[in-house]
Design a protein around this ligand. Structure first.
Ligand SMILES: NC(=O)c1ccc[n+]([C@@H]2O[C@H](COP(=O)([O-])OP(=O)(O)OC[C@H]3O[C@@H](n4cnc5c(N)ncnc54)[C@H](OP(=O)(O)O)[C@@H]3O)[C@@H](O)[C@H]2O)c1
Ligand SMILES: [Zn+2]
Length: 342
């Protein structure tokens, strides 16, 4: 089969379109004929330098939709030809976190395409448990754009921050994969949404998606803009994934009893906080990482009903994986960039 493979980490030039063997499945696995694989920011980091990447040579790609091409002999709930999307996390299913239903806390979990070979290929294998059947109402492109972005944003806003109707939610970089999902989910929860982005074009797109207020953070301190609109109150929830560069303004944007939920550090890991202000305002700071397969099933259901609609920036042929990475690194995308094998 054809796949995008890298033999060593580095620039986009390391991504090569090569002939590799079709994966051989075990008894509890399925082979998927990949229809679409969406690209995540993590793919960029994995290609560049993340030490967890394995095996080498490596095939990236965690967000995969396609058709079941083969089922292992112990798999009874799927048949060849089923349309599926893959849940990207492969938890150990034995540790205490897994047994408690917190599979996204599992220390031994592997992420498809990160610690296994993934979907920048014509075929990928995965545990059958990871395959979620999708109806004909959901396109392969939309299905592939869902797992990491929507699962992460859902877990952040619904499960962790417990956004309620009437909450004011600030979504950072609303044009990112996670941000565009966060904006939609916050609206679905009945929140009033403030969205930031680096260009006016991205802000226009955010308004078209339902953002109530938009802020170009390259031109103004977004925490001041938030306080201006809320008569000095601030927002109830900040949806953070940018990290060091925005941390201070994100914390400053919070209202009393506000909650900040973070899943990412695109611009760096370390952020300072004024501890006194934190306790006086009774703030809550929370971390969030991916989500569970049951959450993903709920999200897929909402997408099938048309209540969540993934934002697709571009669909490129698989051979153009390097261009897909370039687009994301240049921050040209609004929503998800997807790859499609021929
Ligand atoms: N923990 C988890 O479970 C989890 C899951 C998914 C993603 N994440 C993390 O969440 C972050 C977003 O992921 P994604 O896939 O949505 O990314 P993405 O689509 O590539 O978007 C990243 C966005 O960050 C913004 N940004 C602000 N400052 C930046 C800078 N200095 N350099 C680059 N980008 C900057 C850009 O938007 P503007 O141009 O508008 O500023 C850019 O579009 C990543 O750090 C990712 O690793 C974590
Ligand atoms: Zn586990």
């Amino acid at each position: 089969m054809k796949a995008i493979v890298f033999h060593e980490q580095g620039g986009t030039d390391k991504l090569r379109y090569e002939e590799v063997p079709v994966p051989v499945i075990g008894p509890s696995e399925v082979l998927i004929r990949v229809k679409v694989c969406a690209v995540n920011h993590l793919d960029i980091r994995a290609r560049r330098d993340r030490p967890e990447v394995q095996p080498f040579p490596h095939i990236l790609g965690s967000d995969i939709s396609g058709d079941v091409a083969e089922v292992g002999m112990d798999v009874h709930n799927l048949s060849v030809g089923d349309r599926v999307v893959l849940s990207p996390c492969i938890p150990c299913e034995q540790c205490l976190d897994c047994l408690n239903g917190d599979e996204n806390l599992c220390d031994f979990q592997e992420l498809l395409g990160f610690q296994t070979n993934g979907g920048y290929a014509e075929y990928v294998k995965a545990p059958a448990k990871n395959a979620i059947q999708i109806s004909a109402d959901l396109s392969y492109v939309d299905a592939a754009a869902i797992p990491i972005a929507y699962l992460t944003a859902w877990h952040m806003l619904v499960t962790r921050a417990q956004v309620r109707p009437g909450d004011d939610v600030l979504v950072l970089s609303a044009g990112s994969g996670v941000g565009s999902a966060g904006l939609q989910i916050a609206k679905l929860c009945g929140a009033r949404v403030f969205a930031t982005a680096s260009t006016d074009e991205k802000l226009k797109r955010a308004r078209e998606m339902g953002a109530d207020f938009t802020i170009n953070y390259t031109q103004t301190d977004f925490s001041e803009a938030v306080h201006d609109v809320t008569d000095g109150r601030g927002v109830d929830v900040v949806f953070e994934h940018v990290g060091a560069a925005t941390w201070e303004q994100s914390v400053a944007s919070l209202a009393k009893k506000g909650r900040l939920v973070s899943c990412g550090v695109t611009t760096g890991n370390i952020g300072e906080i004024d501890i006194r202000k934190m306790y006086q305002k009774q703030l809550t700071l929370m971390g969030s990482a991916l989500g569970t397969t049951s959450e993903l099933r709920a999200i897929i259901g909402l997408a099938e009903q048309g209540k969540l609609t993934p934002i697709i920036a571009q669909v490129l042929p698989l051979q153009a994986a390097a261009e897909a990475h370039r687009i994301i690194e240049a921050r040209e995308n609004f929503g998800k960039v997807c790859l499609q094998p021929e």
